[in-house]
Design a protein around this ligand. Sequence first.
Ligand SMILES: [Zn+2]
Ligand SMILES: [Zn+2]
Length: 573
Amino acid sequence: MQNIGRVSIVLFKSVSCAPCKVIERNLRTIISTSSMSNVSLTLIDTDEEPELSEKYNVRNVPAVLFNDKMVLTAQMAAELLSEELGAFSTSAAGMNGENQGNPFGTFDLPQGQSPFESETPPIDESNPISALNFDQGDSGGGIFANNAIFNQLFNSLIEASVESSEEELGRWQKYNMLTISQKTMTLETIQELTRPSLGDYVHIGVLQSIVTSILAINPASRQYLYDVGVNMGKYSNTQFRFLTANPRILEHTDSTSKFRDLLEGLQELYSANSYGLPLFLTSRSLVTRNEKKIASIQVYDSAYSARMAPIGQPVCYLIAGEIAGLIETTIGEENVSVVESKCWGLGDNLCQFDIEIGKKKDFSHEKTRPFLNKEEKARFQNSLNVISKNMYQSSLLRTVLRPNPGDYVHISVLQQALNGIKFSDPFFSSLLYYAGIHYGKHGKDFEIMERIMKKSNLESPLEFGVGCKALLGYLNDPSTILTRLYGQSFLEVEDEETIRIKIYESAISAGLNFEVEGQLLFEVDREKAVLCNFTAGFIQGRLERILEDDIRVKEVSCHSLGFSYCEFIIELD
Ligand SMILES: [Zn+2]
Ligand SMILES: [Zn+2]
């Protein structure tokens, strides 16, 4: 991103401080995966530069400043870690006044052992998924042992980047969103075959795995996804389709008729064959309430949530936000609140969106915690397992999840959603990356990986090269439904510590070439304009689980840059 604001990050650390290393690694990952180029990271060793620590009033490490504002103190870090992991007490972290000079000297994270190991999700005996092997003893070390730290840093960065230039950010979102949707959701692009060998429809489980992983890593994702939906409704060509297919919306001037037309438009938009585009995002929808400024619309078979197990919260934030964005722009009203009151995620068998004009959607009560509690995590894990199980049963055993539109959606739904997320905030690509790590580590389809390893008599921890080959085996395995997401993969060994994986026909980016005559259409630096952040994170998460070691993954080529493949460089960290 060339012109939008800037964020300067300062991390105060010391050699003996273990959490400092965790924070530094998180910051480096966030910065390298974000779309923003104006981010600087300065590391200050408090032992070597006491005068700087004095200047910023930093007495304990770690401490993190964004644009000179303190966003993480030693005490906060200790509290976040101890609350999330339940394994550390603040007194152990030296927070009671003693040992002020080096409070974290004795505060070591367990090496090579995951704090989640003792945290096996409770298995619901009445749930059919219990019959499958549950992922027990997840090796969730590395970054994911420290979700709370990531979220604290990430959520503060989102605020800092918005604050630095709100107006410019809005313009950037609008421009990029339009660029994406012109390449995805037009009748021409949908009629053309984008992926000659894999086809242009992906299983609904693919969309569900990704969105559920995003919700699982950060409670604030609920608001982020809603805001992405608002941007999609306002700026993408959904707005254009909505109005050109239903011009009555603009013809009527009295608000009652206009609102009625608008609701009828939504009903048409959320049908299987929406305005002639066979997207199969939903099967049908129905307006069930219309009282001047309040209305409800029920949506059947949402691809984001159909047949998934409840997680205690709705899932279809992208649709809720999209409805709000469409209405806001169409009637010129700034405050529209859309609440998803029924959803598969809440245990219902349809989704219901309650619309209220003149009221701003309030997320403040949901933004209080930077991490999910133990029960919520277990519910999300169960839900991800059910999604995997549904995927396999639907595609291998032909069990039907959605009788009417079928179990597949057009890849433009996926591309619009993922790239809509990526370009709604310069840091949201990091959210996709971390969601990929989460899915790579905790996804139920890890069992396929285990089967492949077992066949070759391999056991974790694997050596780097061997692990990458096992991952390639997984990616190209015919039973890997997600192969339809990632595409066809090839591997090149560069040296002992560097391996490249090339993927052809990725559902996230295939057909999305944003380079025209050597010029990139996105307002993002070239190296940041790769689209497959989720896949890169997935490769990292899955490999870290079988290698039991830290690695780095960077996408260096992508369809978005005019290549016929995506290429990922994998290195030991
Ligand atoms: Zn829903
Ligand atoms: Zn790519």
